[in-house]
Write a protein that binds this ligand. Structure first.
Ligand SMILES: NC(=O)c1ccc[n+]([C@@H]2O[C@H](COP(=O)([O-])OP(=O)(O)OC[C@H]3O[C@@H](n4cnc5c(N)ncnc54)[C@H](O)[C@@H]3O)[C@@H](O)[C@H]2O)c1
Ligand SMILES: O=C(O)[C@H](O)[C@H](O)COP(=O)(O)O
Length: 343
């Protein structure tokens, strides 16, 4: 059996090679090729922003497709596996995605062709959950603003909103979306003695210290609203002007998930008019965010350049996780992680 992995800027080839090297003992021929990209910005602009299955808007270079043709197992992180790629790989039986999401793979087409697709749920949930807690503290305690001021030689202790800087203890944190990341955020926040409320229409059982509430009740009650849904047709623009109008004027909004979950203009207006206290954002409608973006000029926002999932553990361990998940497929044993099974 032939496995071909596609290395990229965030998971270089050698990590895929190492992650799947033990397949060699099972008679698998493991080869890894590179997806040539200029820089991380190029990757973000073509892939992280494209949330349509198959990402056909990006043309995978023919030279790369030519290197993939013999694959029976194809491993990718961000490189789009489009209809054209699938058609070129005539022996393809399995696709493994080194991601929790799989928006860059044309899953419906793979399914139609009887190809089994695996992914890696939660591979960077720890990284994102840790970062989210950092963002909550960073914004409500003015950490980033204080740092920026000191770097510019200003010793500023009298922030305009200092009188309303909260402790986390006894505050209510509302978590929208209790999947891999949302549940880890809840787990981390327990140590802060907060009250946890959650909204997720698709999770039957919430962690027992997370009180299930409706979407509107969450917004009305929470001192911190943190969103962790995936971007779908249903969740697009979930946080709109109406949603922000339900939040307390003292509440904070945190988004380390996807920009598309939020109406950014409505969020900007709520922040600008101080209808909510502040926001911490790792994801933006237009990435990379430029210095002249209106959000950058606000004094009640903490912004980071889409960093939440990026730890060495998250990215470099993904191939090991995926190789374990897919191992059963070699002997025909399809495990629960496979999202599409052969008919
Ligand atoms: N900033 C980063 O670097 C970074 C890194 C990794 C992941 N992410 C993003 O973090 C988010 C969470 O990832 P995850 O792995 O936890 O995803 P997940 O699929 O495990 O969880 C998403 C949850 O959202 C819930 N959901 C679906 N529709 C909903 C709705 N209408 N309202 C509320 N909840 C709804 C689902 O039931 C699920 O429990 C995703 O948007 C992902 O793209 C960001
Ligand atoms: O940078 C990010 O947002 C994520 O690391 C990237 O999109 C992959 O996330 P995943 O699909 O693994 O959740």
């Amino acid at each position: 059996m032939k496995l071909i992995g596609i290395g990229d800027l965030l998971i270089p080839s050698r990590y895929i090679e190492e992650g799947f090297s033990r397949y060699r003992a099972k008679g698998v021929d493991v080869e890894v090729v590179d997806w040539p990209l200029k820089d991380y910005e190029e990757l973000q602009s073509i892939n992280l922003q494209v949330e349509t299955q198959g990402s056909e808007v990006y043309a995978v270079p023919d030279a790369l497709i030519a290197k993939l043709r013999d694959a029976e197992i194809l491993i990718t992180q961000f490189c789009p596996i489009t209809k054209k790629v699938i058609d070129a790989c005539t022996k393809l039986r399995f696709i493994g995605v080194l991601r929790g999401g799989y928006e860059n793979v044309n899953v419906p087409y793979a399914m139609q062709k009887g190809i089994t697709v695996y992914h890696t749920p939660g591979r960077n949930a720890t990284a994102v959950a840790d970062f989210t807690v950092g963002m909550i503290l960073g914004e409500c305690r003015n950490i980033a603003r204080a740092h920026a001021n000191l770097k510019e030689g200003r010793w500023v202790r009298d922030y305009a909103n200092a009188a309303s800087v909260p402790d986390l203890e006894d505050k209510t944190v509302g978590i929208i979306g209790l999947g891999q990341v949302g549940q880890k955020v809840a787990k981390r926040l327990r140590g802060f003695d907060v009250r946890l409320i959650g909204y997720d229409p698709y999770v039957d059982v919430l962690p027992n210290d997370v009180t299930r509430v409706s979407f509107d009740d969450l917004l009305v009650q929470a001192d911190f609203v943190t969103i962790h849904g995936r971007l779908t047709e249903e969740t697009k623009g979930l946080m709109n002007a109406r949603a922000f109008s339900l939040m307390k004027p003292t509440a904070y909004f945190i988004n380390t998930a996807r920009a598309g979950l939020v109406d950014e203009a409505a969020l900007y207006a709520a922040l600008k008019e101080k209808r909510i206290q502040g926001a911490a954002l790792d994801v933006f409608e237009h990435e990379p965010l430029t210095g002249d973006d209106p959000l950058v000029g606000l004094d009640n926002v903490t912004i980071t350049p889409h960093l939440a999932g990026g730890t060495v553990d998250a990215f470099l361990h993904s191939p090991v996780l995926l190789s374990r998940e897919m191992e059963g497929s070699l002997s025909g044993d399809l495990t629960s992680r496979c999202i599409v099974r052969q008919k």
